[in-house]
Structures are given as C-alpha cells and as structure tokens.
Design a protein around this ligand. Structure first.
Ligand code: SAM
Length: 294
C-alpha cells in the first residue's frame, strides 16, 4: 500500500511501498485489550509500565503481517481467525531470560536429594518437570546433575528409569531447547565436572550430548491449560515464571503443582518468588526450596 502526505517543505511525497506503521506507542484501548487477552490465555499480567515494551515487540509483528496499526492487530488476535497469531503474540510478549545452573544452590540441593534417593531405593522411577524451561538451559542443567548422580551410583545398571519433562508456553523457546546448542559464552556456566556431557564445536557452538537429550522430553505447554501428564513427579522446577502471574493465578498454579507431586515431592521456585500467603501445601527446606507436606 502507498500513502501520501506533505513533506516539511510542503511538497507531496509518496511513502515507500512497505506499509507505514502509524503509531509508535500502542493506544490505551488496544493495550488494555491485548493485556486482558494475555492474562486470559497465559495468566501473564502486563503492568502499565510494559506499554513501551509491548509496543516495540508487537510492532515487529505488525511489520511481518503488513498491518498498519495496533487496532488492526488487536482485531486480528481477538478474532477466531487469529489462532496462529495469538501464539505468535505470546511468543513475542514472554520474557525468556535464563542460564545454565542459574541459582546454583538448587543444583547442589538436587544432587544431594538424588544421592539420598539412590542410597535408599534399589530400583526407582524418577520424574522431574522443568515447568517453564525457556531455551533449555534449566532442563539440561537438571539432566547433567541427574546423569552424574545415576552414573556415580551405578543406577543405570540397576534399572533406574529417569525422565525429565521440559515445557514452556513459547514455541520458539521449546524449539531452541530441543535443538540443544548454545553460544560458547552461555555454556561457560557449566561446571567442569559436566564438561564431558557437552561437545564444543569448532564454529563456537556448544552442543548437548545425546546422553542428556535422551533424558529429556520437550513439549509446548501453557501452565494455564489442562495438563496432559498422568503420573506424578518427584521434583518440579517452576522458577522465575510466577513473577509474571497475579496472586490468584499463583495460588491456583501451586495447588495444581502440589497435586501433581509425589507425597514428599520437591519444588524449586525462582529467587524473587515466595509461597508465603500463596500456598500452605509446602514446607520450606531452605532458600526457594520446598517439600510437599499435604
Ligand atoms: C524468565 S523465564 C524462566 C526460565 C527458567 N525457568 C529459569 O528460571 O531460568 C520465564 C519462562 O516462562 C514462560 N512462561 C510464561 N508464561 C507461561 C505459561 N503460562 N505457561 C508456561 N510457560 C510460561 C516464558 O515463555 C519463559 O520462557
């Protein structure tokens, strides 16, 4: 589409053939509609301070779709024809910050927990869920600890069956996680004892080895939807995601997580998150580490 207007010198000019996006900042009504939708679908609350960020990220979507303004975009994502774009909107508006061995004390606690389990049970099924796995650094870090603990105890030969489920609402992140290769700088946080589980390529990428991939299943999953999992988990990592949810959404989520944990199951949450006033079904075991009690 071409648009015309007056230049500062008063001449008529023709805008480039590409669609000109009219406003930089999303209008109040459109912003309110988009954030209501994000809350309804994903549980994510977007405060007023996020208006700039939402404008920036959705402007790219407008460009891809050839739309002229945020009102057209809002009409699309609010309509039945907007199914695919609603997924793209969620991908665009999630915050995916993560790293290998983030909150390192969690991985020390996990290793100790696994050692205790391995010392007391001859044969066991071990299930761990990374419930907002982003680009995969969290589940691969878990897999390294699990692999190390099982190998040390000779548990693979003893028939231990360990599986990690890694899920995220953002399909782009799930694809990246499943691909399992990272820039070398990102992999610097991997402790030296796990170096044997990665392959450093000449092009600078660091690949997760098959032994780790074999332990993990990656899937797209919205924590607000019905969960397809049947069996219970021994450990759940649900870190740095409920900060984006309001309290009622958090309460409901932790209740569902407690239901899905084994009696005595363990829950790891993010550094700025807390269960205080949110759930009474867990007992603190140290900084941001909980055990299910009911
Ligand atoms: C900041 S990252 C945290 C990643 C990792 N757990 C960590 O602590 O490093 C938050 C992740 O939560 C995901 N997320 C947000 N809302 C979600 C929802 N309703 N269901 C599932 N994942 C969600 C985002 O896509 C994002 O990848």
């Amino acid at each position: 589409m071409q648009t015309t207007g007056r230049s500062s010198e008063g001449q008529f000019v023709v805008a480039p053939a590409a669609v000109a996006i009219q406003d930089d900042l999303i209008g109040r009504e459109d912003f309110d509609a988009i954030r209501a939708l994000m809350h309804r679908i994903a549980g994510i609350k977007l405060s007023d301070s996020k208006r700039d960020l939402v404008s920036g990220r959705l402007r790219r979507r407008l460009g891809v779709l050839g739309l002229e303004n945020f009102s057209q975009y809002r009409l699309l994502v609010d309509s039945p024809a907007g199914d695919d774009e609603r997924l793209q909107m969620i991908n665009a508006l999630t915050t995916n910050l993560t790293s290998f061995f983030r909150e390192a004390h969690h991985f020390v606690a996990l290793a100790e927990l696994l050692d205790r389990m391995l010392a007391t049970a001859e044969q066991r099924r071990l299930r761990i869920w990374s419930a907002a796995c982003s680009s995969g650094e969290e589940p691969y870090s878990i897999a390294m600890v699990v692999h190390g603990a099982l190998q040390k105890a000779g548990a693979m030969k003893r028939g231990w069956d360990a599986r990690i489920l890694a899920t995220d609402i953002d399909s782009n992140m799930v694809d990246l996680a499943a691909a399992g290769s990272y820039q070398a700088e990102r992999a610097d946080a991997i402790p030296p004892q796990f170096e044997r589980l990665v392959r450093r390529r000449l092009d600078g990428l660091v690949e997760m080895k098959q032994a780790l991939r074999d332990l993990i299943a990656f899937k797209r999953l919205n924590l607000q939807d019905k969960w397809p999992m049947q069996g219970r988990f021994d450990v759940i990592f649900c870190r740095n995601v409920v900060i984006y949810f309001d309290k009622p959404t958090q309460r409901q989520l932790f209740d569902r997580l407690a239901d899905l944990l084994q009696p005595d199951g363990w829950l790891f949450i993010g550094h700025s998150e807390s269960l205080l006033g949110v759930s009474d079904r867990f007992e603190s075991q140290g900084r941001t580490i909980y055990r299910k009690i009911r």
